[in-house]
Design a binder for this molecule. Structure first.
Ligand code: GLA
Length: 390
Protein backbone atom coordinates (compact mmCIF):
# COMPACT_ATOMS: atom_id res chain seq x y z
CA UNK A 1 0.00 0.00 0.00
CA UNK A 2 1.41 3.45 -0.85
CA UNK A 3 1.45 6.29 1.68
CA UNK A 4 -1.76 7.96 0.50
CA UNK A 5 -3.70 4.70 0.35
CA UNK A 6 -2.47 3.82 3.84
CA UNK A 7 -3.47 7.25 5.21
CA UNK A 8 -6.93 6.87 3.64
CA UNK A 9 -7.37 3.43 5.16
CA UNK A 10 -6.25 4.69 8.59
CA UNK A 11 -8.66 7.63 8.39
CA UNK A 12 -11.55 5.33 7.39
CA UNK A 13 -10.78 2.89 10.21
CA UNK A 14 -10.62 5.65 12.79
CA UNK A 15 -13.87 7.22 11.55
CA UNK A 16 -15.61 3.82 11.71
CA UNK A 17 -14.32 3.22 15.21
CA UNK A 18 -15.44 6.71 16.23
CA UNK A 19 -18.96 6.00 15.00
CA UNK A 20 -19.07 2.67 16.89
CA UNK A 21 -17.90 4.40 20.08
CA UNK A 22 -19.85 7.65 20.00
CA UNK A 23 -22.87 6.65 17.92
CA UNK A 24 -22.42 9.20 15.11
CA UNK A 25 -19.89 9.87 12.36
CA UNK A 26 -17.08 12.36 13.15
CA UNK A 27 -17.01 15.79 11.51
CA UNK A 28 -13.64 14.78 10.04
CA UNK A 29 -10.26 13.17 10.70
CA UNK A 30 -7.05 15.19 11.13
CA UNK A 31 -3.42 14.09 11.42
CA UNK A 32 -0.22 15.70 12.69
CA UNK A 33 3.30 14.26 12.60
CA UNK A 34 5.97 13.78 15.24
CA UNK A 35 9.37 15.28 14.52
CA UNK A 36 13.05 14.58 14.47
CA UNK A 37 15.41 17.46 15.09
CA UNK A 38 18.38 17.39 12.73
CA UNK A 39 20.20 20.02 14.77
CA UNK A 40 19.58 22.99 17.09
CA UNK A 41 18.86 21.63 20.56
CA UNK A 42 17.53 23.78 23.41
CA UNK A 43 18.07 26.79 21.18
CA UNK A 44 14.33 27.37 20.65
CA UNK A 45 13.57 28.95 24.03
CA UNK A 46 16.75 31.02 23.62
CA UNK A 47 15.17 32.64 20.54
CA UNK A 48 17.71 30.88 18.33
CA UNK A 49 17.66 28.55 15.33
CA UNK A 50 16.45 24.98 14.91
CA UNK A 51 16.31 22.55 11.98
CA UNK A 52 13.74 19.81 12.65
CA UNK A 53 11.55 17.96 10.20
CA UNK A 54 8.10 16.36 10.38
CA UNK A 55 8.37 12.57 10.24
CA UNK A 56 6.26 9.92 8.57
CA UNK A 57 4.69 8.89 11.90
CA UNK A 58 1.57 10.72 12.98
CA UNK A 59 -1.13 11.21 15.55
CA UNK A 60 -4.66 11.09 14.14
CA UNK A 61 -7.84 12.41 15.65
CA UNK A 62 -11.46 11.86 14.64
CA UNK A 63 -13.52 14.66 16.16
CA UNK A 64 -17.11 15.85 16.29
CA UNK A 65 -18.33 19.04 17.92
CA UNK A 66 -21.24 18.62 20.35
CA UNK A 67 -24.14 20.89 21.15
CA UNK A 68 -23.27 21.03 24.87
CA UNK A 69 -20.06 21.59 26.87
CA UNK A 70 -19.22 17.90 27.47
CA UNK A 71 -15.86 16.63 26.22
CA UNK A 72 -15.47 12.86 25.74
CA UNK A 73 -12.05 11.49 24.88
CA UNK A 74 -10.86 8.03 23.98
CA UNK A 75 -7.56 6.77 22.58
CA UNK A 76 -6.49 3.53 20.93
CA UNK A 77 -3.30 3.45 23.05
CA UNK A 78 -2.22 3.80 26.65
CA UNK A 79 -4.01 2.46 29.66
CA UNK A 80 -6.35 5.40 30.21
CA UNK A 81 -10.01 4.50 29.55
CA UNK A 82 -12.58 7.02 28.32
CA UNK A 83 -12.13 10.46 29.85
CA UNK A 84 -14.96 12.91 30.34
CA UNK A 85 -14.57 16.60 31.10
CA UNK A 86 -16.55 19.81 30.88
CA UNK A 87 -15.29 22.49 28.51
CA UNK A 88 -16.35 25.11 31.06
CA UNK A 89 -14.29 23.54 33.82
CA UNK A 90 -10.76 22.71 32.63
CA UNK A 91 -8.12 23.00 35.35
CA UNK A 92 -4.37 23.20 34.58
CA UNK A 93 -2.31 20.48 36.23
CA UNK A 94 -5.36 18.39 37.17
CA UNK A 95 -5.39 15.96 34.22
CA UNK A 96 -3.10 12.92 33.96
CA UNK A 97 -2.10 10.76 30.99
CA UNK A 98 -2.53 11.54 27.28
CA UNK A 99 -5.88 13.31 27.90
CA UNK A 100 -4.00 16.38 29.17
CA UNK A 101 -2.85 17.15 25.62
CA UNK A 102 -6.25 17.54 23.91
CA UNK A 103 -7.73 19.16 27.01
CA UNK A 104 -4.74 21.53 27.22
CA UNK A 105 -5.43 22.63 23.65
CA UNK A 106 -9.11 23.30 24.43
CA UNK A 107 -8.07 25.24 27.54
CA UNK A 108 -5.47 27.32 25.62
CA UNK A 109 -8.04 28.16 22.92
CA UNK A 110 -10.44 29.35 25.62
CA UNK A 111 -7.73 31.47 27.21
CA UNK A 112 -7.24 33.00 23.78
CA UNK A 113 -10.86 34.13 23.91
CA UNK A 114 -12.39 31.41 21.75
CA UNK A 115 -15.65 29.80 22.63
CA UNK A 116 -14.76 26.10 22.54
CA UNK A 117 -17.85 23.86 22.65
CA UNK A 118 -17.86 20.28 23.90
CA UNK A 119 -16.63 17.58 21.51
CA UNK A 120 -16.14 13.85 21.12
CA UNK A 121 -12.65 12.77 20.17
CA UNK A 122 -10.98 9.49 19.28
CA UNK A 123 -7.20 9.53 19.14
CA UNK A 124 -4.74 7.20 17.51
CA UNK A 125 -0.99 7.55 17.00
CA UNK A 126 2.01 5.75 15.61
CA UNK A 127 4.51 8.23 17.03
CA UNK A 128 6.31 6.17 19.69
CA UNK A 129 5.48 7.55 23.14
CA UNK A 130 8.33 8.93 25.25
CA UNK A 131 10.89 8.36 22.48
CA UNK A 132 11.80 12.04 22.12
CA UNK A 133 9.90 12.31 18.83
CA UNK A 134 7.25 14.71 20.12
CA UNK A 135 4.34 12.34 20.46
CA UNK A 136 2.61 14.87 22.72
CA UNK A 137 2.95 17.73 20.26
CA UNK A 138 1.67 15.52 17.46
CA UNK A 139 -1.53 15.01 19.49
CA UNK A 140 -1.83 18.70 20.31
CA UNK A 141 -1.25 19.75 16.70
CA UNK A 142 -3.82 17.28 15.34
CA UNK A 143 -6.38 18.52 17.86
CA UNK A 144 -5.74 22.24 17.35
CA UNK A 145 -5.87 21.82 13.57
CA UNK A 146 -9.26 20.10 13.91
CA UNK A 147 -10.70 22.63 16.38
CA UNK A 148 -9.38 25.57 14.38
CA UNK A 149 -11.21 24.34 11.30
CA UNK A 150 -14.43 23.23 12.99
CA UNK A 151 -14.88 26.35 15.12
CA UNK A 152 -13.88 28.67 12.25
CA UNK A 153 -11.32 30.28 14.57
CA UNK A 154 -9.13 31.36 11.64
CA UNK A 155 -5.84 30.80 13.47
CA UNK A 156 -2.58 30.96 11.51
CA UNK A 157 0.13 28.32 11.90
CA UNK A 158 2.08 30.84 14.02
CA UNK A 159 -0.96 31.32 16.30
CA UNK A 160 -1.37 27.57 16.67
CA UNK A 161 2.33 27.23 17.55
CA UNK A 162 1.98 29.78 20.37
CA UNK A 163 -1.28 28.28 21.63
CA UNK A 164 0.04 24.72 21.78
CA UNK A 165 3.11 26.06 23.56
CA UNK A 166 0.82 27.75 26.07
CA UNK A 167 -1.05 24.45 26.52
CA UNK A 168 2.26 22.62 27.18
CA UNK A 169 3.69 25.27 29.50
CA UNK A 170 0.64 26.22 31.52
CA UNK A 171 -1.73 23.23 31.34
CA UNK A 172 0.60 20.22 30.97
CA UNK A 173 3.37 21.86 33.02
CA UNK A 174 6.35 21.32 30.67
CA UNK A 175 8.36 24.55 30.08
CA UNK A 176 9.12 23.69 26.44
CA UNK A 177 9.76 25.96 23.45
CA UNK A 178 8.22 26.16 19.97
CA UNK A 179 10.29 23.77 17.89
CA UNK A 180 8.20 20.62 18.02
CA UNK A 181 4.84 22.12 17.11
CA UNK A 182 6.45 24.26 14.39
CA UNK A 183 7.82 21.12 12.73
CA UNK A 184 4.50 19.32 13.10
CA UNK A 185 2.38 22.20 11.80
CA UNK A 186 4.75 23.62 9.19
CA UNK A 187 6.73 20.61 7.93
CA UNK A 188 6.66 19.50 4.29
CA UNK A 189 7.60 16.33 2.42
CA UNK A 190 11.31 16.20 1.57
CA UNK A 191 12.08 19.37 3.56
CA UNK A 192 13.61 20.32 6.87
CA UNK A 193 12.11 23.32 8.67
CA UNK A 194 14.73 26.01 9.30
CA UNK A 195 13.03 28.07 11.98
CA UNK A 196 14.11 31.34 13.52
CA UNK A 197 12.53 31.06 16.95
CA UNK A 198 12.67 34.81 17.52
CA UNK A 199 10.10 35.70 14.88
CA UNK A 200 8.86 32.26 13.74
CA UNK A 201 10.21 32.85 10.21
CA UNK A 202 10.48 29.52 8.40
CA UNK A 203 12.56 28.54 5.42
CA UNK A 204 12.14 25.04 4.05
CA UNK A 205 15.47 23.39 3.27
CA UNK A 206 15.53 20.25 1.10
CA UNK A 207 16.64 17.17 3.01
CA UNK A 208 16.48 14.17 0.69
CA UNK A 209 18.96 11.82 2.34
CA UNK A 210 18.16 8.90 0.04
CA UNK A 211 19.12 10.93 -3.03
CA UNK A 212 22.63 11.09 -1.58
CA UNK A 213 22.64 7.36 -0.84
CA UNK A 214 21.97 8.00 2.87
CA UNK A 215 19.35 7.04 5.42
CA UNK A 216 18.50 8.79 8.66
CA UNK A 217 18.27 6.16 11.37
CA UNK A 218 16.44 6.82 14.61
CA UNK A 219 17.70 4.82 17.58
CA UNK A 220 15.06 4.86 20.31
CA UNK A 221 16.99 4.01 23.47
CA UNK A 222 13.77 3.21 25.36
CA UNK A 223 14.97 5.43 28.17
CA UNK A 224 11.85 7.46 28.75
CA UNK A 225 11.93 11.06 29.86
CA UNK A 226 9.51 13.82 30.68
CA UNK A 227 10.13 17.51 30.14
CA UNK A 228 7.90 18.19 33.09
CA UNK A 229 10.77 16.78 35.22
CA UNK A 230 13.50 19.00 36.61
CA UNK A 231 16.33 18.59 34.06
CA UNK A 232 14.75 20.49 31.20
CA UNK A 233 13.58 23.35 33.45
CA UNK A 234 16.96 23.66 35.14
CA UNK A 235 18.73 23.97 31.76
CA UNK A 236 16.24 26.62 30.78
CA UNK A 237 16.87 28.49 34.04
CA UNK A 238 20.66 28.38 33.46
CA UNK A 239 20.17 29.90 30.01
CA UNK A 240 18.00 32.68 31.44
CA UNK A 241 20.58 33.36 34.13
CA UNK A 242 23.33 33.49 31.49
CA UNK A 243 21.37 35.94 29.33
CA UNK A 244 20.70 38.08 32.39
CA UNK A 245 24.32 38.27 33.50
CA UNK A 246 25.47 38.97 29.94
CA UNK A 247 22.86 41.71 29.58
CA UNK A 248 21.12 40.34 26.47
CA UNK A 249 17.45 39.68 25.76
CA UNK A 250 18.17 36.03 24.95
CA UNK A 251 21.25 33.88 24.30
CA UNK A 252 20.48 34.21 20.60
CA UNK A 253 22.17 37.62 20.94
CA UNK A 254 25.52 36.13 22.03
CA UNK A 255 28.00 35.11 19.30
CA UNK A 256 30.89 32.66 19.29
CA UNK A 257 33.24 35.66 19.31
CA UNK A 258 31.67 36.84 22.62
CA UNK A 259 32.44 33.60 24.44
CA UNK A 260 35.84 34.58 25.85
CA UNK A 261 34.34 37.59 27.50
CA UNK A 262 31.37 35.54 28.71
CA UNK A 263 33.68 33.05 30.42
CA UNK A 264 35.01 35.79 32.67
CA UNK A 265 31.52 36.88 33.71
CA UNK A 266 29.80 33.54 34.33
CA UNK A 267 30.25 30.73 36.83
CA UNK A 268 31.76 27.64 35.15
CA UNK A 269 28.52 25.65 34.88
CA UNK A 270 26.48 28.53 33.47
CA UNK A 271 29.30 29.26 31.05
CA UNK A 272 29.18 25.72 29.68
CA UNK A 273 25.39 25.88 29.30
CA UNK A 274 25.75 29.19 27.45
CA UNK A 275 28.56 27.85 25.28
CA UNK A 276 26.35 24.99 24.14
CA UNK A 277 23.57 27.34 23.05
CA UNK A 278 25.88 29.79 21.31
CA UNK A 279 27.86 27.14 19.42
CA UNK A 280 24.70 25.15 18.63
CA UNK A 281 23.07 28.18 17.02
CA UNK A 282 26.20 28.57 14.92
CA UNK A 283 26.11 24.88 13.95
CA UNK A 284 22.51 25.19 12.76
CA UNK A 285 23.53 27.96 10.39
CA UNK A 286 26.53 25.96 9.16
CA UNK A 287 24.31 22.91 8.63
CA UNK A 288 21.76 24.90 6.63
CA UNK A 289 24.56 26.31 4.46
CA UNK A 290 26.09 22.88 3.93
CA UNK A 291 22.73 21.33 3.06
CA UNK A 292 21.99 24.04 0.54
CA UNK A 293 25.39 24.18 -1.10
CA UNK A 294 26.62 20.59 -0.81
CA UNK A 295 23.85 18.29 0.42
CA UNK A 296 23.27 15.93 3.35
CA UNK A 297 26.55 14.04 2.95
CA UNK A 298 28.32 17.16 4.28
CA UNK A 299 26.59 17.74 7.59
CA UNK A 300 27.98 14.84 9.60
CA UNK A 301 30.65 16.86 11.40
CA UNK A 302 28.03 19.29 12.75
CA UNK A 303 25.87 16.46 14.08
CA UNK A 304 28.90 14.99 15.85
CA UNK A 305 29.95 18.32 17.35
CA UNK A 306 26.38 18.95 18.50
CA UNK A 307 26.35 15.67 20.40
CA UNK A 308 29.65 16.39 22.13
CA UNK A 309 28.35 19.81 23.15
CA UNK A 310 25.15 18.33 24.59
CA UNK A 311 27.05 15.58 26.36
CA UNK A 312 29.81 17.72 27.87
CA UNK A 313 28.56 21.31 28.04
CA UNK A 314 24.79 21.05 28.36
CA UNK A 315 24.92 17.65 30.10
CA UNK A 316 21.61 16.30 28.81
CA UNK A 317 22.78 13.00 27.36
CA UNK A 318 22.79 9.62 29.10
CA UNK A 319 24.90 6.44 28.78
CA UNK A 320 22.43 4.82 26.35
CA UNK A 321 22.43 7.85 24.01
CA UNK A 322 26.22 8.12 24.15
CA UNK A 323 26.59 4.43 23.36
CA UNK A 324 24.12 4.66 20.45
CA UNK A 325 25.99 7.62 18.98
CA UNK A 326 29.51 6.23 19.44
CA UNK A 327 28.57 2.79 18.14
CA UNK A 328 26.71 4.13 15.10
CA UNK A 329 29.69 6.30 14.20
CA UNK A 330 32.19 3.47 14.63
CA UNK A 331 30.03 1.19 12.45
CA UNK A 332 29.83 3.57 9.51
CA UNK A 333 27.40 6.46 10.22
CA UNK A 334 28.79 9.78 8.95
CA UNK A 335 27.31 11.79 11.82
CA UNK A 336 25.21 11.06 14.89
CA UNK A 337 23.68 12.88 17.83
CA UNK A 338 20.97 12.64 20.42
CA UNK A 339 17.82 14.44 19.29
CA UNK A 340 15.16 16.28 21.30
CA UNK A 341 15.19 17.45 24.88
CA UNK A 342 17.55 14.78 26.20
CA UNK A 343 17.83 12.66 29.37
CA UNK A 344 16.65 9.70 27.27
CA UNK A 345 14.66 9.36 24.06
CA UNK A 346 16.32 8.88 20.69
CA UNK A 347 19.56 9.41 18.80
CA UNK A 348 19.80 9.96 15.06
CA UNK A 349 22.52 8.53 12.84
CA UNK A 350 23.02 9.72 9.27
CA UNK A 351 24.22 6.59 7.57
CA UNK A 352 25.21 5.51 4.06
CA UNK A 353 22.48 3.11 2.92
CA UNK A 354 25.09 0.44 2.30
CA UNK A 355 26.13 0.55 5.98
CA UNK A 356 22.60 0.63 7.41
CA UNK A 357 22.48 -3.03 8.41
CA UNK A 358 25.91 -3.01 10.00
CA UNK A 359 25.04 0.10 12.03
CA UNK A 360 21.79 -1.49 13.20
CA UNK A 361 23.54 -4.73 14.13
CA UNK A 362 26.38 -2.98 15.94
CA UNK A 363 24.02 -0.85 18.03
CA UNK A 364 21.82 -3.82 18.98
CA UNK A 365 24.93 -5.81 19.96
CA UNK A 366 26.45 -2.93 21.96
CA UNK A 367 23.20 -2.43 23.91
CA UNK A 368 23.00 -6.14 24.70
CA UNK A 369 26.65 -6.21 25.81
CA UNK A 370 26.08 -3.20 28.07
CA UNK A 371 22.99 -4.82 29.61
CA UNK A 372 20.71 -2.05 28.27
CA UNK A 373 17.13 -2.63 27.09
CA UNK A 374 17.08 -3.47 23.36
CA UNK A 375 16.69 -0.28 21.31
CA UNK A 376 14.13 0.22 18.57
CA UNK A 377 15.78 1.29 15.30
CA UNK A 378 13.98 2.65 12.26
CA UNK A 379 14.43 5.12 9.40
CA UNK A 380 12.52 8.38 8.99
CA UNK A 381 12.01 10.76 6.07
CA UNK A 382 10.66 14.31 6.04
CA UNK A 383 6.89 14.21 5.63
CA UNK A 384 3.97 16.62 5.31
CA UNK A 385 2.80 18.70 8.26
CA UNK A 386 -0.58 18.63 10.01
CA UNK A 387 -3.82 18.63 8.04
CA UNK A 388 -7.21 17.08 7.42
CA UNK A 389 -7.07 13.55 6.07
CA UNK A 390 -10.78 12.82 5.77
C1 GLA B 1 11.82 19.42 23.61
C2 GLA B 1 11.00 20.70 23.62
C3 GLA B 1 11.44 21.66 22.52
C4 GLA B 1 12.95 21.86 22.53
C5 GLA B 1 13.68 20.52 22.61
C6 GLA B 1 15.16 20.69 22.79
O1 GLA B 1 11.55 18.69 22.45
O2 GLA B 1 9.63 20.41 23.46
O3 GLA B 1 10.76 22.88 22.66
O4 GLA B 1 13.34 22.73 23.56
O5 GLA B 1 13.20 19.72 23.68
O6 GLA B 1 15.71 21.23 21.65
Amino acid sequence: MNTTARADAQARDLAARFEETFGAAPDGVWAAPGRVNLIGEHTDYNEGFVLPFAIDKRARTALRLRGDSTIRLLSTFGDQGPVQADAADLVPGAVKGWAKYPLGVAWALQRHGLDVPGFDLLLDSDVPLGAGLSSSHAIECAVITALNELTGAGLSAEDMVRLTQHAENAFVGAPTGIMDQSASLRGAAGQAVFLDCRDQAVQLVPFEAQESGLVLLVIDTKVSHSHADGGYASRRASCELGADVLGVKALRDVTVADLDEARALLDPVTFRRVRHIVTENHRVLLTVDALRSQGPAHIGQFLDASHVSMRDDFEISCPELDLAVATARAAGAIGARMTGGGFGGSAIALTPARHEQQVRDAVVRAFADAGFTAPDIFTVTPAAGAGRIS
